[in-house]
Design a protein around this ligand. Structure first.
Ligand code: PGA
Length: 248
């Protein structure tokens, strides 16, 4: 049985002190969660978060990872470094990375391989821009991104991957995809995965929705048959809001 996964993407928010505070507040509110609960924090907060989640059901995630094991890559962080901090999940290819930091399908693929080879679980993000949606290109774009991200990864690698479908126009805008639209696009993603890995693997894969998901719309989204979780930005920055999503 696969378990739903709700992950908070804190983005570039929270200092160490704030991290400690937020997790302390969050832990008792999510302790009976039926889903997996993850917080993906800035690199500088990982160690603080690692300590703060001890003895709780909250899991630790990072927001990026480099593809090389080490070397002259100023400003980057390796999978081994994350492993040492007990990081379990890492977000890869978030649309903000694609948009502002030149992330491509090829770099997403390289980072994903490095992550899973090191024993991390990857949350791989895909999603179309507004103009792509309006041009009727949603399916084409997400399938291209999925095929690109998964290139050269075998069935056992897929087991360490979660896909997050995040329509870019819904991120941080307060504009959510309708539950039906989200469900339909996730079904398209799953079909692309089925083509690559077969029925059983595609069914077992967890695919999250992300983009202005919050306490109000979480239960409707999570009720959809194709949606196996959420990647939550803004609403993950307040314990009460995030807990409501987790306990949808
Ligand atoms: P949002 O962000 O919930 O603030 O829209 C989601 C994300 O970017 O992962």
């Amino acid at each position: 049985m696969k378990r739903d996964i709700i992950a908070g993407n804190w983005k570039m928010n929270k200092t160490n002190a704030e991290t400690k505070e937020l997790i302390k507040e969050l832990a008792p509110l999510v302790k009976d969660a039926k889903c997996e609960v993850v917080v993906c924090v800035p690199f500088t907060d990982l160690d603080t978060a690692r300590r703060a989640i001890r003895g709780t059901n909250i899991k630790l995630g990072a927001q990026n990872v480099h593809w090389a094991p080490k070397g002259a890559y100023t400003g980057e962080i390796s999978a081994e470094m994350l492993k040492e901090l007990k990081v379990e999940y890492v977000i890869i290819g978030h649309s903000e990375r694609r948009q502002y930091f030149g992330e491509t399908d090829a770099s997403v693929n390289a980072r994903t391989k490095a992550a899973i080879n090191a024993g991390l679980k990857a949350i791989v993000c895909v999603g179309e821009l507004l103009e792509e949606r309006e041009a009727g290109k949603t399916a084409e774009v997400v399938v291209r991104q999925v095929n690109g991200a998964l290139q050269g990864i075998d069935k056992s690698g897929l087991k360490k991957i979660v896909i997050a479908y995040e329509p870019v126009w819904a991120i941080g805008t307060g504009r959510t995809a309708t539950a039906k639209d989200a469900n339909d696009t996730i079904a398209i993603i799953r079909k692309a995965v089925r083509k690559l890995y077969g029925k059983t693997a595609a069914r077992a894969l967890r695919i999250q929705y992300g983009g202005s998901m919050n306490a109000k719309n979480a239960s409707e989204l999570m009720a959809m048959p194709e949606i196996d979780g959420g990647l939550i930005g803004g609403a993950s920055l307040k314990a009460e809001d995030f807990a409501k999503v987790v306990n949808y």
